[in-house]
Design a protein around this ligand. Structure first.
Ligand code: CIR
Length: 257
């Protein structure tokens, strides 16, 4: 079975200001910061259990959304592309990530006025799909295409509607299989892949994290988990209820390379 793999996972702690993280308009539930910390620690342990070496960065209380490191940088081959997060309040998160990654890879930057959140990048083998959402602009997709022009990666934009990021609607498991929540992009767009359809009442499970032979599936999605197992993948359930309240999923809290 061909599934995404990695050696390192960069993670960042949960700040004491996490209750002020950007919240989707439909969410009204209070955020329990202590619980978020416990869940984040179990998530980190799960990544270690899958053989990843953790690079831990300290939380920064000035940035309530800082645990969602995925949005700040993309690693593609030997290049790291520091993003320009679409939410103004998150722009300052990139500095610490850049410092942590510059020792490992060559740095590139998405330049303002373009904006890009890593949650809009779906990587399938050498194909980089860029969700054009409220956070990510077509100008950023074009910059990314230029940065990757002399590499094996190709870049394809896809319009995303009514959901935070492309990877809130769709994630890749490996072996040409994706988990897919209908209704947020052209339903024919990923027709070349085998799709596991996520039921609306398990919408949060469209964001799974497949790494080193195991698919992390969020708690509260038994139907999706059963479909993923029936498709031949090993799964591990992880509870990230506090992240879900602020729009975060399983891919958001690490950068794997
Ligand atoms: C935000 O709105 O930016 C954060 N509250 C959630 C970001 C989740 N990140 C991701 O899906 N990659």
């Amino acid at each position: 079975m061909q599934t995404p793999s990695g050696t390192f996972a960069l993670v960042r702690g949960v700040p004491k200001t996490f209750h002020r993280a950007i919240t989707p308009s439909e969410s009204t539930e209070p955020i329990d910061v202590e619980r978020a910390r416990e869940q984040h620690e179990r998530y980190c342990q799960a990544l270690e259990g899958l053989g990843l070496k953790l690079i831990r960065i300290a939380a920064d209380d000035r940035f309530p959304d800082c645990p969602f490191v995925e949005d700040t940088a993309l690693v593609l081959g030997d290049r790291v592309i520091i993003t320009a997060p679409g939410a103004e309040a998150r722009r300052g998160e990139t500095g610490a990530i850049e410092q942590a990654l510059e020792n490992y890879m060559t740095l590139y930057h998405i330049q303002s006025p373009a904006t890009l959140d890593g949650g809009d990048i779906l990587l399938i083998d050498e194909h980089v799909y860029v969700g054009l959402s409220s956070r990510t602009s077509s100008l950023a997709a074009e910059q990314l295409r230029q940065i990757l022009a002399d590499t094996r990666y190709d870049v394809t934009p896809v319009a995303v509607d009514g959901i935070l990021h492309l990877k809130s609607a769709c994630t890749y498991l490996g072996d040409d299989v994706i988990v897919y929540l209908p209704g947020h992009l052209d339903d024919d767009f990923f027709a070349r892949y085998e799709r596991i359809t996520v039921p609306r009442n398990e919408a949060h499970a469209a964001n799974c994290l497949s790494i080193n032979g195991t698919v992390l599936v969020p708690a509260g999605a038994p139907e999706t988990r059963a479909h993923i197992e029936n498709a031949g993948f090993d799964t591990l359930e992880i509870d990230i209820s506090e992240s879900h309240k602020v729009g975060g999923g399983l891919t958001c809290s690490c950068i794997i390379f």
